[in-house]
Design a protein around this ligand. Sequence first.
Ligand code: IPE
Ligand code: IPE
Ligand code: MG
Length: 243
Amino acid sequence: MSGLREKYGLSADMPCHVAIIMDGNGRWAKRRGLPRAAGHRAGMEALRALIESSSQFGVAALTLYAFSTENWKRPQSEVSALFELLVEYFAREIDELHANGVRIRVIGDVLPLPERSREALALAETKTDKNSGLMLNLAINYGSRAELVRAMRSIAADVEGGALCPGDIDDDLLAGRLYTAGLPELDLVIRTAGEQRLSNFLLYQAAYAELIFTDTYFPDFGEEEYAKCIAEYQRRNRRYGGL
Ligand code: IPE
Ligand code: IPE
Ligand code: MG
């Protein structure tokens, strides 16, 4: 388990929950004169190593931003290609993920997705539900604002129905209504491909997460670069407002 940590000289102080904004697939492809879809495919290939190294580093939860609520603005052909890749990914990888004890969950609103993609995701979730290894969360049609609106509505309905009083609403109650309910506190957000923004990802959860931005395009983001991000995380002094 700790073999990979030793290889990169990392301490045992690992981030429990890592989230990755997988950006730069399009630019990766453009630089090679390839269509954007080829970049998304290359990104998918990079996922395998990332998931495997997360388990080996001893990260408990990995949350990946795969499709945002704003990504529908892209050409329909790119959107379809992304969802097709998702189906292909699970058809190919689900058995190995399951064998490795990975528990897959989707965060976001899957209803607008094509049926084939929804089925593939549901199958991946059901099949791996009892696994106790890496908690792998795929953010698909996910946006923090939509997530918060959904949580507010659910709380408001309970208040209206008399199950809750406004005074019962606190941090824990709200956190329990988010897609990330039950996951460990977010420790580290990594964004590839140079942009320094969150793009509507885990805004509430990232309150005290460390943020690391790397210029590497996602398809080129491998184990070594991941280890460098964790090393940088381990050098940070997390004060949480204290001293
Ligand atoms: C992948 O990178 C992120 C997804 C929305 C799937 P992009 O497709 O945003 O790549 P760039 O930013 O255009 O390079
Ligand atoms: C964020 O990347 C969404 C995902 C990685 C899925 P975008 O490429 O959509 O973000 P912006 O448009 O640069 O903010
Ligand atoms: Mg992008």
